[in-house]
Design a protein around this ligand. Structure first.
Ligand code: ADP
Ligand code: ASP
Ligand code: MG
Length: 408
């Protein structure tokens, strides 16, 4: 008998039939004598359509109100699953984020979980009830509804699993686990049986949306065993766990792609001390995360400065960049949202040379131009034109022979 947290993503609860499928899985676990807490996402596409509705009113909806609106997606599925379970004669109660005492900071749209009380979750469990919690949402200390950023139900699930000391957190999604690359892009992608928190963190931060990055941070910090698997099959998925000796330290173990970044270039920036600070301080003050930065000589005592930001912040960053350009006498500002960042990741890269040159050669062989490059100890990323994203992923997957990977 165990305490099990199960999280079901948007496609797994996309309609009433699928909610019934979820109910059957939950019941199976419950009937084995386990205590079950279920965390749900909104039905697939609902969060997007709610954002779209808000933007029909204004391009920049008030963030507090947007969170009130977005939280309704998860409220709907939580109630529907609890009703379905009740109709099947199983005791179940739904809880919204604030009722589960998911306390966050007040960053609307991207709030961080600070604490989880979980008093009522524990009370319901003590009565052998199935608890259904609306994912993606919490509440700040002033009682405002907050949301945790796109894909945030994963984080709700892992954080609740940590708070109630669950034995395992199962993430049910529409693929059979974590693969060497997105299986919807590359049919040769191989499922990874066990992956370390460290590598999963890197994959999540570089675009593998199968887990939200903060969920992996929580899992690592509180040692939560996470099992990523499909809600449409019985197949074992991927265990995300502490690194152990049985794990191969492959030079390259996965390829990711992120299409949700945009690039901004300030042309002919005067080459003087303090200019970079003048450019990036207002952007960081606006809460915008800059990812890559490169500076090239323009001519004479001028440089071109290019950086990337999340697409969601692109327009605001462009507005700021134009203002700054006028202040520092830069010639022009250019923006491009049609870019993609492809990355190769592997902990074994630490002790190997030649990975970068192989990556560049593989992209060159497909005639793909590299616009920007960045590296860390365990990954190399290239920004390319978005239209080549899938081609690049497949080329890199083949170059590093990930289709031949034997799962550990
Ligand atoms: P959910 O709605 O269940 O949260 P998501 O759409 O957020 O599901 O995440 C699952 C998707 O992640 C898959 O359908 C797949 O396209 C994508 N994905 C990207 N990279 C990977 C990867 N390396 N392994 C598995 N899935 C991946
Ligand atoms: N419904 C939210 C989203 O679409 C959260 C989630 O699905 O995890 O981003
Ligand atoms: Mg998701």
């Amino acid at each position: 008998m165990a305490l099990i947290v199960q999280k079901y993503g948007g496609t797994s609860v996309a309609d009433l039939d699928r909610i019934r499928n979820v109910a059957n899985r939950v019941i199976k676990t419950y009937d084995q004598g386990n205590d079950v807490v279920v965390i749900l996402s909104a039905m697939a596409g609902i969060t997007d359509s709610l954002i779209d509705l808000a933007q029909q009113i204004t391009h920049y909806p008030e963030k507090r109100e947007l969170d009130v609106l977005l939280a309704t997606g998860e409220q709907t599925t939580a109630a529907l699953l609890a009703m379905t379970l009740n109709a099947m004669n199983y005791p179940a109660q739904s809880l919204l984020g604030h009722q589960a005492e998911v306390v966050t900071d007040c960053t609307f749209g991207n709030a961080r979980i600070m604490d989880i009380g979980a008093t009522r979750i524990k009370e319901f469990l003590a009565n052998r009830s199935i608890v259904v919690v609306a994912g993606f949402q919490g509440c700040d200390t002033n009682g405002n509804i907050t949301t945790l950023g796109r894909g945030g139900s994963d984080t709700s699930a892992v954080a609740i699993a940590a708070a109630i000391k669950a034995d395992i957190c199962e993430i049910y999604t529409d693929v059979n686990g974590v693969y060497t690359t997105d299986p919807n892009i590359c049919s040769d992608a191989k499922k990874i049986d066990r992956i370390s928190y460290e590598e999963m963190l890197e994959m999540a931060s570089l675009g593998a949306k199968v887990l939200q990055i903060r969920s992996v941070e929580f899992a690592k910090k509180y040692n939560v065993a996470v099992h990523v698997r499909s809600s449409f099959s019985e197949e074992e998925g991927t265990m995300v766990v502490n690194e152990d000796k049985s794990m191969e330290r492959l030079v390259v173990s996965s390829v990711t792609v992120n299409k949700k970044e945009a690039r901004i270039t300030l042309i002919k920036v005067p080459d003087q001390p303090g200019v970079a600070a003048k450019i990036f301080s207002p952007i960081s003050d606006a809460g915008i995360n800059v990812d890559m930065i490169i500076q090239n000589r323009h001519s004479g005592k001028f440089n071109d400065l290019t950086f990337t930001v999340p697409t969601a912040d692109f327009e605001q960053a462009m507005e700021l960049a134009r203002k700054i350009a006028a202040e520092i006498n830069a010639e022009d500002v250019m923006g491009d949202t049609n870019i993609a960042k492809v990355s190769v990741i592997g902990v074994g890269m630490k002790n190997h040379s030649g990975v970068a040159s192989r990556m560049f050669a593989a992209l060159a062989a497909e005639n793909i131009n590299i616009l920007m490059i960045s590296t860390s100890e365990i990954r190399i990323s290239c920004v390319i034109s978005e239209k080549y994203a899938e081609l690049a992923v497949r080329a890199l997957h083949a170059e590093f022979k990930l289709d031949q990977l034997v799962a550990s």
